[in-house]
Design a protein around this ligand. Sequence first.
Ligand SMILES: C[S@@+](CC[C@H](N)C(=O)[O-])C[C@H]1O[C@@H](n2cnc3c(N)ncnc32)[C@H](O)[C@@H]1O
Ligand SMILES: [Zn+2]
Length: 169
Amino acid sequence: MKKKICGIAKKTKTRKPAGRIEVRESGVHGCGVYATQLIPKGARIIEYTGKRVLWENVPDDLADPHTFLFGLDNGIEVIDPTTGGSEARWINHSCDPNCEAIEENGRIFIHALRNLRPGEELFYNYALQVDEPITREVAEESRCFCGSLRCRGTMLEQKADLSIGKLEG
Ligand SMILES: C[S@@+](CC[C@H](N)C(=O)[O-])C[C@H]1O[C@@H](n2cnc3c(N)ncnc32)[C@H](O)[C@@H]1O
Ligand SMILES: [Zn+2]
């Protein structure tokens, strides 16, 4: 099978990895972020950096459901890591996460929820929010493949009733 090249490593040949983490292919989706050494519970691992954009300027109908945007608590801005983004943009979602995203003064930091072993993939709960009815299309695009025993089947924060006939659209 052809190996997927994860973006950061490909584009920034001269850039040194952050040290405790690396970006490589994930069993859950595309690229993911992995611990390369023991990371203690509570450690601040990395900042989710990028350009601040107003929600209202984000196109409603993004052709690609695959999202990198991180919404801030003020509800009016998102961080778009396609400009100035760190490796944090590759962290995947899990319904049983080992990391959490904490907002401090308008900045997002990823912290370890427990001790992380070298080789473990990092995950946080995306708790995706949509400000419109959850259509079948939205539910499908948000389906979760984390594989954990606690998997809710969706990356959405809202409880979507995914049973046949219950969704609009
Ligand atoms: C910020 S990116 C994470 C990096 C992504 N793996 C990649 O290679 O581009 C977020 C996207 O990854 C995918 N993703 C992350 N976690 C997932 C999960 N548990 N199940 C299914 N897709 C997931 C979704 O397409 C989501 O919109
Ligand atoms: Zn899941």
